[in-house]
Design a protein around this ligand. Structure first.
Ligand code: UTP
Length: 294
């Protein structure tokens, strides 16, 4: 059973300035909750009990958010606004939090390397701190990835989604051994941000991974790649080259990856989450309907 997960959240978030000048990108709101809360809830729903969050400068709000605020709880309990206590129920999730700092944002691969002692030899999940998977499947992506891992316990598993050919240069891309349209496909190789002319497929990484602990040794043997950063994709590539098998598990059409790392996709994510909100979604829909002159 996989019990540990790592959330890298130490990036500078420069594409989200000035929002991220003093607050973590991972704490940006998506309707009524900060992004990283959805991610931790997703992990908890898959049985993850220990989460290591890789933080950095200006990221303290993340630690405070997941800490139980006893004073606030007592204050609400004693007030006539007891119903607000519900909004803090996430504080009681069955998850233990660990934090460590990557003091220089030297890339995703470098951030993951800070998790080596915490992971201590077992396979683990990585969930990128700025990406949410919304799923209307009975068994969401991460659970299907865990199932694939159970069937192939020595393998690495990458969550993927189909992207338009013109967008492949923005992502890590999988080279599948078989038909890339299959829900689960064995991986031959991976490549970081290929051009649309040379890409081996249109299956892009979707911010969720299950990796063996041997990734740490592989990352230590990986030289800085694109942008002078240590790329997780290059570490994964080395593992595949040295004989670790890999599988891609694809998002279905009832699932969507939301990336809050750039303004355009953040705005879209916010609107989708706000429209889905049980309490206020209808009101927003009405507002948009009245004001968009559709
Ligand atoms: P991104 O590359 O999208 O985030 O990393 P970034 O570096 O913050 O973005 P820009 O380019 O400056 O706008 C995806 C995830 O990996 C984390 C980020 O915090 C984000 O959650 N990350 C990235 C790290 O933890 N450390 C790094 O050095 C880079």
């Amino acid at each position: 059973m996989i019990k540990k997960a790592v959330i890298p959240a130490a990036g500078l978030g420069t594409r989200m300035l000035p929002l991220t000048k003093t607050q973590p990108k991972e704490m940006l709101p998506l309707a009524s909750k900060p992004c990283i809360q959805y991610i931790v809830e997703e992990l908890a729903s898959c049985g993850i009990e220990q989460v290591l969050i890789i933080t950095g400068q200006k990221k303290r709000a993340i630690e405070d958010h997941f800490d139980k605020d006893n004073e606030l709880n007592s204050m609400l309990n004693a007030s006539d606004q007891k119903e607000l206590l519900q909004t803090l129920e996430f504080e009681d999730m069955n998850v233990q939090f660990f934090f460590t700092r990557q003091s220089r944002a030297a890339g995703l691969g470098d951030a993951i390397n800070y998790a080596a002692n915490f992971i201590n030899g077992d396979p683990f999940i990585i969930a990128l701190g700025d990406s949410i998977i919304h799923s209307e499947e009975p068994k969401p992506l991460l659970k299907r990835m865990i199932d694939t891992h159970h069937q192939n316990p020595e393998s690495l598993i990458i969550g993927t989604r189909q992207v338009p050919l013109e967008n492949v240069a923005k992502y890590g891309i999988v080279k599948p051994k078989n038909n890339e349209n299959d829900a689960v496909v064995e991986i031959e190789d991976v490549v970081e941000k290929p051009s649309s002319q040379t890409t081996p497929s249109t299956l892009a990484f979707a911010a969720r991974y299950i990796l063996p602990a041997s990734i740490f040794d592989a990352l230590n043997r990986t030289s800085p790649g694109k942008g002078g950063e240590i790329q997780l994709t290059d570490g994964i590539r080395l593992l595949l080259k040295e004989g670790t098998s890999g599988f891609s598990v694809r998002l279905t059409d009832k699932e969507k990856r939301y990336d809050i790392g750039n303004m355009a996709s953040y705005f879209e994510a916010f609107v989708d989450f706000a429209l889905r909100d049980e309490k206020y979604g209808y009101q927003l829909k009405q507002y948009l309907y009245d004001n968009l002159n559709l």
